[in-house]
Write a protein that binds this ligand. Structure first.
Ligand SMILES: NC(=O)c1ccc[n+]([C@@H]2O[C@H](COP(=O)([O-])OP(=O)(O)OC[C@H]3O[C@@H](n4cnc5c(N)ncnc54)[C@H](O)[C@@H]3O)[C@@H](O)[C@H]2O)c1
Length: 291
């Protein structure tokens, strides 16, 4: 196995800047579970971010989170927070059901917005939010995080060094008993594989697909729970998408095929890159690339 040169793969944004930068003033709406596991700890470590305020309906979660991260502004009413605080961007982190009116208010206040996936309960709701963001002229981002995986991005770059990507594969399987958020598995969860396929190969221009409901231990699934699709992308590449939610275990994998090169990627941990005539793969480890 060939060791991967750690520093060579490090992205420039991971390097510390010597000059002082204006801090982005960030507020949160939501001090719940996922936000506390990922977003509060991540943002609190960034030198160019200041956590200025939190709004949450739950007073205990509000004060516990604000205390943990030293956040001065504390509100039950997010509208009051938007009016009183000087804020550049707002993280709205909660289940998708209450999201739409809150995100619309944040957008009409002219703030940049980060939300978790799924952005909306339906495609129509998601389109309404996208149109409002466009009209507000602010930056928005949704937590479809696989496309930012260092191993996936590095693997893509290495394949592209030899020429265009000809074919991609994405699969994401789980043993899942119930639909998340009472919505289609595709919208809540399987999108975690479709989004990176778009990052790798472009926008789909044709899709041949099957979506099925397969029986589970607890009864018939409300949502489709077994998906397969063949796609052509606007780059000319073709792709395969597979997602099974009555499978034996959690399993997530991508393939990126190019000219005499293929990357087999298990995000976020490892990519193995094989080149023609060389049976010994180059291994890239996510922990080595992390900034
Ligand atoms: N990207 C990923 O890999 C990934 C993984 C797991 C979960 N998620 C996403 O994380 C999200 C769930 O986030 P969570 O676990 O923090 O949710 P949560 O339900 O634990 O917390 C939501 C918080 O928002 C507060 N809240 C609700 N309405 C409010 C309002 N009107 N004003 C102020 N506060 C309000 C609630 O009191 C609660 O504390 C989901 O969208 C899920 O898809 C993403």
């Amino acid at each position: 196995m060939t060791p991967w040169p750690t520093q060579a793969g490090r992205h420039h944004s991971g390097m510390r800047r010597r000059y002082s930068v204006k801090k982005t003033r960030v507020a949160f709406i939501g001090a719940g579970q996922f936000a506390n596991v990922f977003h509060y700890p991540t943002l609190s470590e960034m030198d160019d971010v200041e956590l200025v305020a939190i709004a949450d309906l739950n007073p205990e979660l509000l004060s516990r989170t604000a205390d943990a991260y030293g956040v001065p502004g504390r509100y039950a009413d997010y509208q009051e927070m938007l009016e009183k605080e000087t804020i550049d961007a707002v993280y709205v982190i909660m289940k998708p059901a209450p999201l739409e009116p809150i995100v619309l208010d944040v957008l009409s206040a002219g703030k940049h917005v980060f939300t978790e996936k799924p952005l909306g309960l339906t495609i129509e709701q998601t389109r309404r939010l996208a149109a409002a963001a466009h009209a507000a002229g602010v930056k928005t981002q949704v937590g479809t995080n696989r496309r930012f995986s260092r191993v996936l991005r590095t693997a893509k770059d290495l394949v592209l060094e030899r020429g265009p990507i000809s074919m991609v594969v994405g699969e994401f399987h789980k043993d899942m008993e119930s639909e998340q958020f009472d919505m289609e598995v595709m919208h809540s969860d399987a999108l975690h594989v479709l989004d990176p396929l778009r990052y790798l190969a472009g926008e789909p221009v044709s899709v041949h697909s099957h979506a099925d409901r397969w029986y589970r231990k607890t009864g018939w699934a409300h949502s489709h729970n077994v998906y397969s699709a063949f796609m052509r992308f606007d780059s000319g590449a073709t792709g395969v998408f597979l997602a099974n939610r009555q499978s034996g275990t959690r399993f997530e994998r991508f393939e990126i095929h190019g000219d005499g090169i293929v990357a087999y990627v298990h995000t976020p941990d490892i990519a193995r890159i094989f080149t023609a005539g060389n049976s010994d793969p180059l291994e890239i480890h996510g922990k080595d690339l992390a900034g």
